[in-house]
Design a protein around this ligand. Structure first.
Ligand SMILES: C[S@@+](CC[C@H](N)C(=O)[O-])C[C@H]1O[C@@H](n2cnc3c(N)ncnc32)[C@H](O)[C@@H]1O
Length: 370
């Protein structure tokens, strides 16, 4: 095949759009960390960079270059209003004004909004830092667990998942399960495995005071966050365990088990499914929440516009975690399709497997019973 000069230009352009995304992602991290989005969201009208710098107590020249990146990338909005006082042809700094649309405010600046999107950008430096460890992992096959992303990695996960969970778990997800909300109301024993910073545990513990909730984690940073939040909540029906020293009971004593976005991260997901089966009462329920995935790479590539993001995050985070001990299963971000989940659940002794009608951009929800 001969090199086509037009295709060469197109491919180079395509390649550098990826670098643009990475660099703009770094700027998004800064916008979140430095309060720039929140300042824009709070302003009653479009701001000049002088005003934005003043509101955030930052240096105007740096704020201006950041604003230009963000507006050029269409992350924030801009209007150009040439100042009347300009006598030269040199544009004035304050000609350009910046603001956030209502949608940009929701995603960039409203922590409690279900569409809030800053979680993955919060942990971007830690995610990218993992690149330094990757060459060794590619050689040895051994990855790194979630604590390799440090305490801010755990906060990033918390900020990624909690907004949607807080808005939907009690009102929309639990009612989609057959009979579970009623059991929780009456008083039941529940485990949330891979509980992260404990948001779902604390939310459910507050909503169902007669039930007892235990979160299981292997990330010390996430457990530390969970302990802090538990203390602040003053709830007495929630607990957190280090799953390595204090694993799930194997006595068929639990009514309900949840796993939110963690089975695909586990080194031994099949063993975990057996442990869930051994922990549940014969009439208990396991709610598996995991990333929507198709059965093959070809389908994921064809049908999921986010497939490159998912496979990249997998290398740096999910699959790395799932390969973090020798013999790790390494499912990875798109490794638990409905077919794989059902096959694995049935191999672990479960007989009932039902996909729930819950609308989520990334996750699929399943009701699984012994
Ligand atoms: C993507 S995070 C999800 C956290 C939480 N469920 C949420 O929705 O915010 C995956 C979590 O699974 C945890 N994890 C991985 N393997 C585990 C295991 N064997 N037992 C318990 N937790 C595990 C990781 O430490 C990490 O905190």
């Amino acid at each position: 095949m001969e090199l086509d000069p037009d295709r060469l230009k197109l491919f180079s352009y395509h390649l550098f759009t990826k670098l643009e995304g990475a660099v703009t992602s770094g700027m998004i991290h800064l916008g979140d960390q430095l309060g720039l989005y929140k300042a824009l969201a709070a302003a009653p009208q479009p701001m000049t960079t002088t005003q934005l710098a003043h509101a955030t107590q930052l240096n105007e020249r740096w704020v201006r270059e950041w604003s230009y990146n963000q507006a050029a990338a269409k992350i924030i909005s801009t209007i150009n209003t040439p100042s009347m006082s300009t006598t030269t042809s040199v544009p004035a700094i304050d000609d350009d004004m910046f603001y956030l649309s209502p949608e940009q405010i929701a995603v960039l600046a409203t922590d409690a909004h279900p569409a809030f999107g800053m979680g993955m950008f919060h942990r971007l430096p830690q995610t990218m830092e993992s690149l330094k460890r990757m060459p060794e992992s590619f050689r040895t096959g051994i990855g790194h667990n979630y604590d390799s992303h440090g305490p801010e990695g755990a906060v990033g996960i918390e900020r990624s998942f909690e907004p949607w969970t807080n808005a939907n778990l009690i009102s929309a997800v639990l009612p989609a399960l057959d009979g579970v909300a009623k059991i929780l109301d009456a008083g039941a024993s529940i485990a949330d495995i891979g509980c992260g910073a404990g948001g779902a545990v604390l939310l459910m513990a507050k909503a169902f005071p007669k039930s007892t909730f235990t979160g299981y984690e292997i990330s010390q940073y996430a457990l530390d966050r969970a302990a802090q939040k538990l203390k602040e909540s003053a709830l007495d029906n929630a607990h957190f365990n280090d799953a390595r020293t204090n694993p799930l009971p194997a006595d068929h004593s639990l009514d309900f088990v949840t796993t939110f976005d963690c089975i695909h991260d586990m080194t031994h997901p099949a063993e975990m499914m057996h442990a869930i089966h051994a922990a549940l009462k014969p009439n208990g329920t396991w709610m598996l929440v995991d990333i929507k995935a198709h059965d093959t790479f070809a389908l994921n590539m064809q049908k999921n516009p986010m497939a490159p993001l998912m496979y990249g995050i997998s290398v740096m985070s999910c699959m790395s975690s799932a390969m973090s001990t020798p013999g790790g299963a390494g499912l990875g971000t798109l490794g638990l399709s409905a077919t794989t989940a059902e096959t694995m659940a049935k191999a672990a002794g479960f007989s009932h497997f039902r996909k729930l009608d819950v609308d989520h951009s990334v996750n699929a929800f399943y009701e699984i019973r012994p």
